[in-house]
Design a protein around this ligand. Sequence first.
Ligand code: NIG
Ligand code: FE
Length: 414
Amino acid sequence: MRKLFRNIHQLYTVSAHSRLFKAGKEMQDAGLISNAWMSIQDGNIEGVGGMDTCPSASEFQEVVECKNRIVFPGYCDSHTHIIFAATREGEFVDKIRGLSYEEIAKRGGGILNSAARLRATTEDELFDTALARAKEMIGSGTTAFEVKSGYGLSTKDELKMLKVAARLKSSLPVTIKSTFLGAHAVPPEYKGNQAGYVDLIVQEMLPAIAAEGLADFVDVFCDEGFFTPDESSRILEAAAKYGLKPKIHANELAVSGGVQVGVRHQALSVDHLERITEIEVEALKHSSTMPVALPGTSFFLRIPYTPARMILDADLPLALASDFNPGSSPSGNMNLIFSLACIQMRLLPEEALVALTLNGAYAMGIAETEGSLEPGKAGNFILTRPAQDLAVVPYYYGFGMVDQVWVRGEKFQG
Ligand code: NIG
Ligand code: FE
């Protein structure tokens, strides 16, 4: 089956010429072809080019006219926690009244609140609500995402979450990667015995998860009040024996040492980085680890934004993700992340687009097949409503310029 998209006002391919990410100044080039065509064969990109080289419509089973519209790759959201049992709007109101995320966590709110609710919820119920969230994400332009465990905090309940992730993978047309985040918080039954909980992760949870092949990656919340760099290292070393590559939560609440731990263990990504300094930037240079910013969390918790300009000026790459979770970022809408990145982090629209697509794909290990519109890659893309320029997408914040979302060459219908 061959499909032709033609008369595209602007086609942003985000081509990196077969490289797996873009860094620094390169991110200003999002591979724009004006007045373009793109063809898809059996779900994959077949070709792209300017209309002067457009193939004849008679060669295709379907022809889509894209006059006045912009086409760019679907968003690759490399950091979410969409499997959760209940919303936490009570804590939201507490935050409006002045409590901080850390204070709420200390009172037994936060991640432990979500864990108590998740333990009391069946796998089927978790699956139904996560599926609905995932469909909403795809409908708003996300064509690949990662999902973490970390609200179970017992072997049985972490496995339950990862089984839900496996069911999402087989129920949706998009690529989904799953991450084991047993080290998200210390559950109440291990209060005062954090070392005992780390033992449980290493000796019981990791072997059980690996035996069922339920995780692609491993993650640790390496931050003040959560897990130390030493504990994180221990978990990552144990996970490496099962072939699980790390993705680390670091420097959200304090300069935690988590970036250095991630780099040392060749993490695929280090995420959050709201408190990054020159030392972390230096550690990331000469590494293969992708820094990931989560501006939805900065917005929702009123904490600093990851200093994106400092990262790009150091010639590093950057990815952007939603962090969709019930406590610190209850939205999976990557269009809003696009706007926050431009407005609050001063990324140019082209830079933000690269961070939301190709670099996000790299942060979940799928950049060889997704993240840009290059021949051979998946036909995953967004077709906008009529718009003169890419900048209109982040400019109309909270409005949604996405008209159609195509996954593997098929229009997503919800
Ligand atoms: O990425 N930082 C740790 N974990 C989540 C928040 C989880 C929660 O509050 O439920 C995050 O921000
Ligand atoms: Fe997170």
